[in-house]
Design a protein around this ligand. Structure first.
Ligand code: G3P
Length: 214
């Protein structure tokens, strides 16, 4: 499973990218707003750091607005993927952009039907929101599992980005369910490598080594 970072914080992206396991980045208007920086400048900087796909979202709600914004975003860097919301207008935009060779990530997916429609429209990526389904007591894991089944049965090229990831269990479970990608907030990323028993183990080994060297 590929790891994307769900952030627009350039310092964090630079730091975590040095691990060599960051395969892409996702942003949305809320994430960009949090950084308080110019949208274009931030996306261009991120695209220069991470060679993989970097999602930048459109704001317009009509097909025409989405398509014209997407054409601009796609020119910012070769690895920009345009994030399009899951609406009727969005689906039409994905079809047009797909024919133009502009990569898309259909976001705010909460049902299998939405995912299937996005795949049929030609989306390169679909983003089911696991944490937000948890919030309303709906099983996001089942959604990921079924979307993956559909991709495999019908041979779609679309990749699943498990999004709205809030904890380590989300990451581990979507990996077991065959999500192609999990997009992870940078503050959660360190939880992927840490465990108290690892820290205690290192401490014990060092203590024994110090006693042995005396
Ligand atoms: O990738 C989508 C993500 O940014 C939304 O996460 O925690 O606001 O539901 P959250």
């Amino acid at each position: 499973m590929k790891f994307f970072l769900d952030t627009a914080n350039v310092a964090e992206i630079k730091r975590l990218n040095e691990l060599g396991v960051v395969d892409g980045v996702t942003t949305n208007p809320s994430i960009i707003f949090k950084e308080g920086r110019d949208f274009e400048e931030v996306i261009k900087e991120i695209c220069a750091i991470v060679p993989g796909p970097v999602s930048a979202e459109v704001i317009g709600l009509t097909t025409e607005e989405m398509v014209s914004e997407a054409r601009i975003l796609a020119k910012w860097a070769d690895n920009v993927v345009v994030k399009i919301p899951m609406t009727e207008a969005g689906l039409k935009a994905v079809r047009i952009l797909s024919a133009e060779g502009i990569e898309t990530n259909v976001t705010l997916i909460f049902t299998v039907a939405q995912g299937l429609l996005a795949m049929k429209a030609g989306a390169n990526f679909i983003s089911p929101f696991i944490g937000r389904l948890d919030d309303i007591g709906v099983d996001g894991y089942k959604l990921v599992e079924e979307l993956r089944q559909i991709i495999d049965i019908y041979g779609f090229d679309t990749e699943i980005i498990a999004a709205s990831i809030r904890n380590l269990e989300h990451v581990e479970t979507v990996a077991c369910l065959g999500s192609h990608i999990a997009t992870i907030p940078s503050n959660l990323f360190s939880k992927l490598w840490s465990h108290p028993l690892t820290d205690q183990g290192i401490e014990a080994f060092l203590k024994d080594w110090a006693a042995f060297k005396k």
